[in-house]
Design a binder for this molecule. Sequence first.
Ligand code: AMP
Length: 373
Amino acid sequence: LFVRAIGETTDVVEKEMYSFTHHDEGLTLRPEGTAGAVRAYVEHGVQNHEPVSRWYYMGPMFRGERPARGRYRQFYQAGAEVFGDAGPGVDAELIDTLCRMLESLGISDLTVHVNSIGSEGTRVRYQDAVRAGLMPRKEQLSADSQRRLDTNPLRILDSKDPKDREAVLGLPPITDFLTDADRAHFEGCQAFLRALGTPFVVDPLLVRGLDYYTRTLFEIKGAKDKLGAGDTLLGGGRYDGMVKDLGGADVPAIGFAAGMERLLIASDLSAAAPPVDAFVVGMGQRALIEAAVLVRDLRAQGFVCEADTRGASLKSQMRRASASGARVALVIGDQEIDQGVVQFKDLAAHAQRPVPRADIQKELAAARAGAAS
Ligand code: AMP
């Protein structure tokens, strides 16, 4: 599936895919989400049930890349696909919505790069032009790109190697090779973006690493201060031929994928742990058992509860209670068990009083409300 959809001579397929045999069956860890979404679309004949489908996915992807900040071998992508709409308006809607989403995450200095690589015929004609343009300078290219000149010359355009970058500067832009229909589509997309007020730059070197794209391509970069060179937050584009190539009807489609780790780094979002309502301290074997039951019951009632289950000294447990940030320590010893109470210790106020077991829930709720006000 991936070789067919992404392309045999792309980096993802050629170098990065984890493929192996398991119980005599070939298996590949998915490197991206679109090919699988398209296969599901085709298998279920979705176009027979609805004219336009809008799907999303989230999950781990796997590529054997050199790990760096924001680049991992297992990473998480969130992506979306729109099937059944060939018009340029949906391309602009997707790009604009993504900009709003990134802004809502607090990510600044966004740059939207767009390009069109036209339809299949354009790509073939442009490949010939790139090959012809670079052949006389073959020796100046990186070893990888010298090989790509035969197999997949478009890949040279987004090579990071300084030698390649220099060599491609003199090439005509792919937009010179667009058919009238492709050009009208690209101009339409730009007109929608302008109307929506989304700034963008047309980047003729943007070809992206997967072969399935047609027409509109885009990448959104941002938070360079945090991400450095790997500042591509998300990327996507049209793949109008893939549904048909994989055995389905002639259904146009467009999608994007964002690296969730990159979004986290770029946004400074952090998942703050909820405050601990109570830290249960049990003194002695009987109390440890009581403590286990109490913790379970309080958690079931919705309180965030921790306990020291090691049977450590009172001092050591109290130190952990403070370190946990808990508002209250509930201390249980033999005497408390016999009396059906716990010592309810307000850790901020350093005040302690016995509270009947039946009243703990009420008292903890009051302590939580007091902390919130
Ligand atoms: P792609 O599927 O290559 O178009 O990548 C789309 C987005 O996925 C990129 O813009 C990154 O945010 C993210 N991404 C791709 N490869 C990796 C990786 N190895 N580690 C982390 N994020 C990645």
